[in-house]
Design a protein around this ligand. Structure first.
Ligand SMILES: [Zn+2]
Length: 482
């Protein structure tokens, strides 16, 4: 089956074909580093990670770039012309620091967070403030070819010069004029109310750079155009972001990039839907606003958070609840227990009638079929749970050899290249001697036969040898006593 993605531009699923054979150029709108990223932001980043991992699993080389916005992202970013206060400078004022301290601190926090969530590092994380020269160059090019104009030391993009403006969101000029684009600030410097800034002259802004139009700072949208084109070329295979990025951010990126190069900017646009917390839009006033750190402080397992974020399809609204997190943690432990069991499975007697190859073949097929269909994660995970059930049945029936268990283990580790649950880093299997595992298996068998007295005796014997058996919802786990 062919790999298909839902393309926001085409508004349907399309077969994915990268521009260059065997290579995929992927750009993700990254964080504005003015605060700790919240759990809704991480949904978009975990999605970008799964997307990249799956494309790699399919055998492509992926060049992934994620930007860090450290200037020019305004507080009112949902209106056509983005106004308000610079998010970084606002935070700097509140924390009585300078903007550079703010962005460097929160960029560091972002990298710590994505590591906790086992998100693979991108090839590059370009910072807006390190590409101001290129942004000025792009603005000059747009002025020269009639897409932008200078007014009162600022530079604006003339949206009437780009008839396709709004083609991604549907907020075309005609629809905007009919009132679909929400409020816009009255700005006498602009020729039209929906024109947006490429370069802003504002003496009150702290971060300033020299330009042909005087001192100023770049607009948010031009940052992504410049950095993606610089690192990945004029046409990207995939550009991702949250659904709130579609307008105005991505429509403005398209207008600037295609206005400058005359080429298709992005072949496939992919957007994650919003995340709700306990059924409501996250907000500080409702008390349902969580950063990753908030959740970790409560003792949650970061991998369970990752699992919860990835387990809902990226184009469905995900309702993040405490109950859901507990369930995710239980499911994750079940997967872990299975993997540990496979790593240490050493049946004492001979086994016959192995069915493992067929089980793995079915699962791989179903997993790939589901993921090929616009990353259908629910069916992909179902395939894995079905494998766990079937392999456990084989084990219980005495049909699973040590070699078979090794194959199941190897398969799970391979699938985990996509899921990123750290299954290859599980502590058990390596540190627990065969003798202890055999005792634990024997105890489990006794428990199944409801012979709890004998089972407890074995548990005590295991304890005397310095190991602990813990019964988790996913089955017993053995570890060294601390
Ligand atoms: Zn962006």
């Amino acid at each position: 089956m062919a790999l298909k993605f839902y393309n926001t531009m085409a508004k349907k699923k399309q077969v994915f074909r990268p521009l260059r054979k065997g290579e995929v150029r992927l750009y993700n709108c990254g964080p504005t580093v003015y605060d700790y990223a919240h759990i809704g932001n991480f949904r978009a980043y975990v999605f970008a990670d799964i997307l990249r991992r799956y494309i790699e699993w399919k055998g492509y080389r992926v060049l992934q770039v994620m930007n860090l916005t450290d200037v020019g992202h305004m507080t009112m970013d949902d209106v056509a012309d983005s106004t308000g206060e610079d998010k970084i400078e606002k935070k700097a004022r509140e924390e009585k620091k300078d903007p550079w301290q703010i962005s460097s601190f929160y960029a560091g926090a972002f990298f710590e967070d994505i590591k906790k969530l086992n998100i693979k590092p991108a090839m590059a994380y370009p910072k807006a403030t390190e590409h101001v020269k290129e942004m000025i160059k792009l603005a000059e090019k747009l002025i020269k070819n009639g897409h932008a104009y200078v007014s009162n030391n600022s530079v604006y993009f003339d949206v009437t010069s780009f008839p396709e403006y709004g083609k991604l969101s549907g907020n075309t000029l005609k629809n905007l004029k009919a009132g679909a684009g929400g409020r816009v600030e009255d700005n006498p410097d602009k020729r039209g109310p929906f024109d947006f800034a490429l370069w802003v002259h504002n003496p009150r802004h702290t971060m300033q750079w020299d330009s042909p139009w005087g001192r100023g700072y770049p607009g948010w949208h031009i940052e992504c155009s410049v950095m993606s084109i610089k690192m990945l070329g004029e046409t990207l295979d995939i550009h991702t972001g949250g659904e709130d990025n579609i307008f105005p951010h991505h429509d403005c990126e398209i207008a600037q990039s295609e206005g400058a190069t005359g080429k298709t900017f992005v072949r496939y646009w992919m957007h994650t839907r919003h995340l709700l917390v306990e059924g409501k839009k996250m907000s500080k006033s409702l008390g349902n606003f969580f950063t990753l750190r908030d959740l970790l402080k409560k003792g949650n397992d970061p991998t369970a958070i990752r699992y919860l974020l990835l387990s809902a399809h990226y184009r469905t609204k995900l309702n993040f609840t405490e109950k859901g997190l507990k369930a995710a943690s239980n499911t994750l432990n079940k997967i872990r227990a299975f993997v540990q069991d496979m790593a240490s499975h050493k049946p004492p007697g001979p086994v016959k009638g192995s069915r493992i190859d067929g089980i793995i073949r079915d699962t791989r097929e179903n997993f790939e079929k589901a993921m090929d269909d616009d990353l259908g994660i629910s069916d992909a995970l179902s395939a894995i749970f079905s494998l766990i059930t079937r392999v456990n049945r084989e084990r219980d029936a005495g049909r699973l050899s040590r070699e078979d268990a090794g194959k199941a283990y190897g398969f799970m580790i391979d699938i985990d290249r996509v899921l990123g649950l750290g299954l290859d880093e599980l502590p058990m299997g390596s540190g627990v001697p065969d003798e202890i595992m055999l005792m634990a298996n024997e105890r489990e068998q006794l428990r199944k036969e409801k012979n709890f007295g004998e089972a407890d005796k074995i548990r005590d014997a295991i304890k005397k040898k310095g190991f602990v058996v813990e019964d988790t919802p996913g089955g017993p786990m053995v570890r060294k006593a601390r």
